[in-house]
Design a protein around this ligand. Sequence first.
Ligand code: HEC
Ligand code: HEC
Ligand code: HEC
Ligand code: HEC
Length: 368
Amino acid sequence: MAHPNVLALDAGDMMGWSPDTVKHRALFRMMEYLAYDAVGIGDNDLVDGIPFLRNAMDEYGIPVVSANLSDTAADTPLGPGYRVLNRGETRIGIIGVGDPAAFALMKPNRKSAVGIGATIEALDRLLPDVREVSDLIVVLSHASQSHNRTIARRFPSIDVLVGSFSGRPLFEPLLENGVLLVQAGNNGARVGRLDLELDNNHEIVSYRGWLEPLLESMADDQIVLSMLEDYRNELIDGVVGAQDQNPTGSTYRGARTCRTCHEDQFEQWQTTSHAHALQTLIKAGNEKEPECLFCHTTGYGKPSGYFDFATTPALGDVQCEVCHRVSDQHAEMKDIPNPPTAITCIECHTPAQSPGFLFESAFESIKH
Ligand code: HEC
Ligand code: HEC
Ligand code: HEC
Ligand code: HEC
């Protein structure tokens, strides 16, 4: 599917922040179908490792541009630095960059696998070449908004800079030193649109940009819906597979078992919203949605964990064993499980589902 007068772009962070090859493969299938014209790389895109990303780029034909990221193991760049696409008579050069500061929060093992050069040097090096073969220059930049403004101040020859990384959307384009900065924000909540009118010299004579919210009321694309259905079935297959496996030394039993010896903790837990998390899904009509059950029940997708309301009625909600896996002999041996830490929480309290989550204050409200 080619877009005659349109460029479909993503500046980085197509993927979510937790490793999930099943979900990310489904996402790549959709990106292939939507025929993106160029895609930048963000820190989340490396969450399943570079080999996964490179395979997916090949398998689904994802047109990555990346001028300053490299695969340290293979000692090769992660993409061509730029692509030139024609729309009508206009040649549009699209460069991808990522600021090292925007990759600072990556897990150490993932981070050491990627080489990240400085954006300014990469642009210094590439812009003259790209200018030679392009009428318009677009930069896809995974960097903070302040860094993107620095790029704009330094390189007025850029026409449009599409930002990712910062979750803060720009509801209309920002003009900095003659460069149009646009940014759509997080979680696929909005599509950013920028209409450009060019004169015969390919100069921008007018522009109009806005963010289009993707509302429930908008019609769904039937093919994307069927891809989503395939993904859902894949998740269910995985959960069924896990139910068939034997739990290794730690069977999920449910909070009522723990209550016998930990009455105070049980009482306190009942006052938290963790104790009603499945009810929340039932109220919303999503209690059969595998994607939601992973975080709103106990052990969904793990051997002996929650399966469905009929089979495992005692394992709905976010119960004790989400945070304290105890051994099958715990009741007799009284072995002390490792105390949960912030790492336990952020599996579910992700930036998307629980924006602004802070362990210290959140812990105060669930402390028992
Ligand atoms: C037969 C009684 C019994 C049952 C049932 C039981 N525990 Fe315990 N648990 C104990 C004892 C005794 C200790 C160690 C002494 C203490 O700290 O109370 C302990 C310790 C713990 C600790 C560590 C406390 C600390 O001091 O760090 C956690 C967490 C815990 N249990 C969770 C659970 C969970 C979750 C369940 C249910 C799956 C459960 N227990 C079921 C008796 C029990
Ligand atoms: C298995 C996923 C999961 C884990 C792990 C988890 N939570 Fe939650 N948490 C939830 C869900 C789901 C809700 C919302 C429940 C509802 O309202 O239905 C929630 C709600 C909360 C709330 C209430 C939010 C509010 O303002 O209403 C607090 C506080 C909280 N969690 C703290 C923690 C802390 C601290 C940890 C780690 C020690 C943690 N959670 C671990 C899933 C999880
Ligand atoms: C990655 C884990 C995760 C997934 C997946 C998830 N949730 Fe949640 N959900 C949470 C957490 C954590 C909270 C608590 C958020 C907070 O207040 O900080 C929450 C809160 C909620 C709330 C608000 C509860 C309230 O009354 O405040 C609703 C409704 C909800 N989730 C529904 C869903 C539905 C429907 C799905 C599936 C489409 C889903 N969730 C998937 C983790 C998750
Ligand atoms: C959302 C995560 C979460 C859930 C759910 C949860 N706990 Fe805890 N629990 C914690 C954390 C965090 C601590 C504090 C660990 C530490 O000492 O630093 C803790 C401490 C404990 C302790 C140690 C003694 C104490 O009171 O400090 C026991 C025992 C315990 N929990 C039992 C339970 C039982 C039983 C349930 C279910 C009824 C439960 N917990 C549910 C997170 C959780």
